[in-house]
Design a protein around this ligand. Structure first.
Ligand code: ADP
Ligand code: MG
Ligand code: MG
Length: 532
């Protein structure tokens, strides 16, 4: 099945008239906006209380106080997402997990994909050094736990341009079913276009918000009930993200097979997104009261961690069965050599890591770009699997110093608004957009440094309206766009895979006018999820 590429037919230019039609007619067919002031006065305090009392909370960065929790900023109403595309990405997730697992275990591929990047990107080079050391010493733990999150955004697809546009029964005439993470049924549809999901990235390290996403899902159920729209409730899909990921950690713990061993969460020095992390801890306890979780940052691990002769990892007397990284994905979390030593100690150990270092490398932006080259997916998947996964990809371009890279540089400089320039970083806020792309490429175009980046087609998701509910700020009706994250878990070794599954989802939403929403910077809300 062929899918149009966004750089050809879906050129990312949203027609203003179309945009406005989509926003109003969709929401008005479900819950008319704006809500009357008296409805808002009633529902907003109820929503805030529900959020606080159900743990949809976080610590405030600017007003940090370990004794105070604020409700996490949220969107009052669920956001719409077409069911066909939701179902499609959910169904593909087990395959995406397998793909990441196989890439992580393919040394030759990782090496060829990353060899130029590690010459210019220090952070990836340090990860690569650890990978190489552990490989040379001999891997002590064959099994890895992948807790993966594949993020997608919708993009406009010309009706009739590909089989997806034409697939019944989801799109019949101009009617489409939208889930609203939840899903509303409504008559609205772009008059000549369809929306397809395209992948933004796959996260293999510290993919967060499974906890908050499940809280916001129940919050939206409550809000819809209070708005006296119970008939809409069955359009809100179940979300078991937390149970799914924690269940996978427990499976890894069982594989390690040492009844007294604990699960280690590697955390930041200060955790603002504390509810999300704690819910993972509590869910593990709920499912298995006999398994303890301990939390340490990399500095503490460097001080307290030790390896036995047979490579067991001990922290303060506790043997570690599973290491779950919620930090360690950005350079700022390694203050000195001590933190890098801690990472190496963990990787050398026989604890089961999520992610192990090769998984972390498989999740880099450069690898994402390399697997989007024609034919590459077939190295890891069957022809039909490769075709299905490949349909999620948008244009990705190498910036290495080759004729191909030169062409991409030129293309980006001519039309910077059509692209996103991405360094090898995680956690949001690192990408480059618009005129800045031109400035950066102008500076780097003759230098090896440009190989630290990749270029990607810019996806333009459809705009919806929703109310932003934020601590200490007025309620605002705003134009927003969403990014859907699909969680998956995979457990196995290079030789075999014990399981791969879809674990749940989350939807993060940002103002349509913002390139990237950063928790604490723009402090943006979500419908069923958050920006990291
Ligand atoms: P990170 O690992 O830092 O989360 P992402 O690739 O997810 O990196 O980029 C961060 C954010 O930038 C995304 O959540 C999305 O809002 C925006 N973004 C990334 N790639 C694209 C793209 N191709 N088109 C439009 N927006 C994008
Ligand atoms: Mg990421
Ligand atoms: Mg991301």
């Amino acid at each position: 099945m062929a899918v149009c590429s966004s750089s050809t037919c879906c050129d990312g230019n949203f027609d203003e008239k179309e945009k406005n039609v989509s926003t109003t007619s969709f929401l008005e067919s479900c819950i008319p906006l704006p809500l009357p002031q008296e409805t808002l006065d009633d529902i907003v305090p109820k929503g805030k209380d529900f959020a606080v009392l159900h743990g949809a909370g976080m610590r405030h960065k600017a007003k940090y106080d370990p004794d105070t929790l604020y409700f996490a900023p949220f969107l009052l109403l669920p956001s719409a997402f077409p069911r066909r595309e939701f179902d499609r990405v959910v169904k593909l997730q087990p395959l995406i997990n397998v793909l990441m697992h196989k890439i992580a275990h393919d040394h030759e591929f990782l090496k060829s994909a990353l060899e130029k990047t590690i010459q210019v990107d220090d952070f990836t080079a340090r990860l690569w050094d650890i990978y190489t050391k552990v490989r040379e010493e001999g891997v002590t733990q064959e099994v890895s736990l992948g807790l993966v999150r594949s993020d997608v955004m919708l993009t406009k697809c010309q009706a009739g341009c590909c089989e997806l546009c034409q697939t019944p029964p989801y799109v019949t005439g101009h009617q489409v079913e939208w889930i609203s993470l939840g899903m509303f049924r409504c008559d609205y549809f772009y008059s000549v276009t369809s929306q397809v999901a395209q992948q933004v990235e796959v996260n293999t390290v510290a993919a967060s918000f499974a906890g908050l996403a499940t809280r916001i899902t129940i919050l939206h159920r409550y809000v819809i009930g209070e708005l006296r729209k119970p008939e809409l409730l069955h359009h809100l899909p179940e979300n078991d993200a937390l149970a799914g990921l924690c269940g996978a950690m427990i499976s890894a713990w069982e594989v390690y097979s040492s009844p007294k061993a604990v699960i280690l969460f590697v955390v930041e020095d200060v955790t603002y997104n504390i509810c999300d992390q704690r819910f993972h801890e509590y869910e593990i306890r709920r499912q298995r009261p006999d398994i303890l979780v301990i939390r340490r940052n990399l500095t503490q691990i460097s001080e307290q961690g030790r390896l036995t002769a047979d490579k067991k990892l001990f922290i303060d007397g506790d043997e570690i069965a599973v290491v779950y990284f919620r930090a360690g994905y950005e350079p700022g979390q390694y203050h000195s050599e001590a933190e890098w030593d801690a990472r190496l100690t963990i990787e050398r150990s026989c604890a089961i890591k999520s992610p192990s270092i090769h998984y972390h490398l498989a999740g880099t932006k450069k690898v994402q770009q390399e697997i989007a080259r024609p034919g590459v997916l077939k190295r890891f998947l069957t022809e039909s699997e490769a075709e299905q996964v490949g349909q999620l990809f948008t244009g990705l371009y190498t910036l290495d110093r080759s004729a191909e890279g030169d062409k991409a540089v030129q293309m980006a400089m001519e039309n910077p608004d059509h692209f996103v320039l991405k360094p090898q970083r995680e956690g949001g806020g690192n990408n480059i957009y618009g005129s800045e792309i031109k400035e950066v490429l102008e500076r780097l175009k003759d230098s090896q440094e440009r190989e630290a980046y990749i270029l990607m087609d810019r996806i333009r998701p459809p705009v919806q309206q929703n109310y932003l509910i934020r601590p200490h700020l007025p309620v605002t009706l705003a134009e927003v766009v969403s990014e859907l994250g699909i969680f998956g878990a995979v457990l196995g070794s290079g030789k075999d895979i014990q399981f791969t599954n879809y674990s749940g989802h989350m939807l993060r939403t940002k103002l349509s006018s913002v390139n990237e929403a950063l928790l604490h910077v723009h402090f943006y809300p979500t419908s069923t999820g958050w920006y990291k």
